[in-house]
Write a protein that binds this ligand. Structure first.
Ligand code: ADP
Ligand code: ADP
Ligand code: MG
Length: 631
């Protein structure tokens, strides 16, 4: 069999870079593809060559099979790595690669097509003796049939698109009214993300953990697991934090469930890497939910405890090589955690946050790994996924990995967009996380958003003081004083001690009354000083007096003033829920926007009457555009 010499990566962002890195290490040539939006992206710069494949919208570029295959032909690539998302689980695309004589680095199109359909895959697993979540015996054809099936299974139920993924195309329904209300949005989200939809109904299980097994199957009939990953900390059914080992999986369980999953994968003719996902009840029962027929976002935690390069293993398997270990012979070394660093605003219902990123500083250090496409001056696009970075840490045990993660999160600076970093700091500091008391409803069960609010309020207090100190010193000493310098300053009549640890024109590390802070200045005008303090964006307005400066800490800038409801994100209007003249309460949904493949509700910022509606279905709105006037 001819060995792979040149790989085209049919993807973008951090996963495209991840694949390029392994190819570089193996001496395999790389080809990037890019849309109009990604001309200046890092994966384009780092690949051996790059081909333009179309306009920003994924359907015109990263999902456009003709464009991708034209780039394969033009570059002479002999293999395609699909990354995740986009075409990675599209069995038509895998089949087309097979037909056109290009190696698809992933499973064969037949087993992929089976895995891509949650319904068929569950049936196959049942047959192989793997317990699956109770649910409809087949697809439901419309809302009526869904309601009938749900009545039989018993509420609450989940409506799921069989082609779902990344938490899209899933809705929880407590009763029939809710089910009928959600039916169309499941269809809509699945169509937007995957171009097709077919719906099944599943029993909604409560207080569960998401635990999955990394599987590896070569083309010589060997199948094995490479441990589990616990991915219970989620929002909107999508993973936020993943770890291995799971706090509740011991050696016996790992081998038993892992082996069962590997045998089942083998039984359906699966090859290459894949993941079998399970839900685990408190009593220890595991129910299979789906196979992800690709590399997963959280694969680095498995790499950290196994010492294996999973992308290399994918290439080796595609080259016909045998698995590099005997099934059952390997043990996890230490513990690893991944935090998905998303561009999103936790308090806006996790709505995407997009735009230019003037400055970023990526964490590093012993046991720290960060896969990211960010660089100073890059931009987060509203056309694609919100995942900006996979921040991972390794430790000899989970507490060590946690401590390293907390330090890494604190030193990760991303300017310009809101991120999930503050939420992760709150979660990782919690007793529940330390105890390993995890479940898929972790955020709501333990009131994590309220705790985050409290943490931010406390942080803000400290941040405001630190900002004052930093800004005052900067004013008095130009660049903020030299390392080692110490001052006493008076803030609101109180004496505070400031010691500069290190400083340059971009920012400084300093101790305020012995508490360590890091501030980075954001370029701005003379009146408003903007900075990132301990990972939090703040701004201080300056009024110059004779011999003192008054800084007012304004916190996060407010969304909009007066009666205008403005969009916080760019997107396309997919539905409008109100008419002019309607009375609305604060928090009522005004319209839904589609951005980053998600549907996001725009909520009334105050109660009142909708005096003017400025958008209609199909409109594209820019960030800051007025959606409605509420009087
Ligand atoms: P996706 O294809 O989007 O990954 P999955 O079927 O894997 O969809 O489910 C994603 C998440 O949704 C799970 O990790 C879990 O949190 C939740 N979930 C899925 N099925 C159920 C269920 N039957 N009961 C409760 N939660 C579920
Ligand atoms: P799941 O949530 O289905 O178990 P993962 O957790 O591995 O699977 O997440 C994969 C999802 O992440 C894809 O479905 C995709 O929507 C999203 N994704 C993340 N980064 C990218 C990217 N660079 N390109 C495309 N999709 C991405
Ligand atoms: Mg899944």
């Amino acid at each position: 069999m001819a060995m792979i010499e040149k790989v085209l990566i049919a993807n973008r962002g951090e996963i495209a870079l991840r694949v390029i890195r392994t190819c570089d290490a193996l001496g395999v040539a790389t080809v990037a593809v890019y849309s109009d939006e990604d001309r200046n992206s890092l994966h384009v710069k780092k690949a051996g060559e790059a081909h333009h494949i179309g306009a920003a919208a994924p359907t015109s570029s990263y999902l456009n099979q003709d464009s991708v295959m034209a780039a394969v032909a033009a570059s002479g690539a002999d293999a395609v790595h699909p990354g995740y998302g986009f075409l990675s689980e599209n069995s038509d695309f895998a089949a087309r690669c097979e037909r056109e004589g290009v190696k698809f680095i992933g499973p064969g199109s037949d087993s992929m097509s089976l895995c891509g359909d949650k319904m068929k895959c569950k049936a196959a697993m049942d047959k192989a003796g793997v317990p699956t979540v109770p649910g409809s015996a087949g697809l439901v054809k419309d809302a009526d049939e869904a309601a009938e099936t749900a009545g039989k299974i018993g509420y609450p139920v989940l409506l799921k698109s069989v082609y779902g993924g990344g938490g899209r195309g899933i809705r929880l329904c407590h009763d029939e009214a809710e089910l009928r209300g959600h039916y169309d949005s499941v269809t809509g989200e699945s169509m937007a993300a995957f171009g097709k939809s077919a719906i099944l109904v599943e029993k909604f299980l409560e207080k569960i953990r998401h635990i999955e097994f990394q599987l590896a199957c070569d083309t010589r009939g060997n199948a094995a697991h490479i441990f589990e990953r616990e991915c219970s900390i989620q929002r909107r059914n999508q993973k936020l934090i993943e770890m291995t080992p799971s706090p509740v999986v011991d050696h016996e369980t790992r081998e038993r469930i892992g082996d069962l999953a590997a045998r089942a994968a083998k039984a359906v003719g699966y090859t290459n890497l894949g993941t079998a996902e399970f839900l685990r009840l408190d009593d220890g029962t595991f129910y299979f939910i789906e196979i992800n027929a690709r590399l997963q976002v959280e694969h680095p935690v498995t790499e950290l405890v196994s010492g294996m390069d999973l992308v290399k293993m994918q290439l080796d398997i595609a080259n016909g090589e045998a698995l590099p270990f005997e099934p059952g012979s390997i043990r996890p070394n230490g513990s690893a955690i991944e935090c998905r660093i998303n561009a999103e605003d936790t308090f806006m219902d996790f709505a995407p946050s997009t735009g230019p990123v003037p400055h970023v500083e990526v964490p590093a250090g012993p046991g720290v790994r960060c896969d990211t496409y960010l660089y100073p001056g890059c931009s987060v696009s509203s056309y694609y996924d919100s995942l900006m970075a996979k921040l991972c840490t390794w430790g000899r045990d989970t507490p060590e990995a946690t401590r390293r993660m907390l330090a890494a999160l604190a030193s990760f600076e991303i300017q310009g967009v809101e991120t999930s970093i503050p939420l992760y700091r709150t979660i990782l500091r919690s007793d529940e996380f330390a105890r390993g008391d995890l479940s898929t409803d972790f955020l709501s069960r333990y009131g994590m958003l309220d705790r985050l609010k409290a943490d931010i309020a406390a942080d803000k207090e400290a941040a405001a003081e630190a900002a004052l100190a930093a800004a005052a010193m900067r004013h008095a000493h130009g660049t903020g004083g030299a390392a080692g310098a110490a001052y006493t300053i008076t803030i609101d009549g109180r004496e505070r001690r400031v010691r500069v640890i290190s400083a340059d024109s971009r920012g400084m590390d300093f101790a305020l009354d012995n508490t360590h802070h890091r501030v980075t200045y954001v370029p701005g005008d003379a009146l408003e000083t903007r900075m990132i303090l301990d990972g939090l964006q703040i701004s201080a307005f300056r009024h110059t007096g004779l011999d003192e400066i008054v800084y007012k800490n304004s916190g996060r800038s407010e969304a909009s003033g007066g009666g205008s409801l403005k969009s916080q994100i760019p997107g396309k209007v997919v539905s409008v829920a109100v008419s002019e003249g309607d009375e609305v309460a604060e928090g009522d949904t005004i319209c839904a926007l589609e951005a980053m493949k998600m549907q996001v509700g725009v909520k009334a910022h105050k109660a009142g009457t909708v005096s003017a509606l400025r958008v209609k279905v199909g409109d594209t709105v820019a960030k800051g555009a007025v959606i409605a006037e509420i009087a």
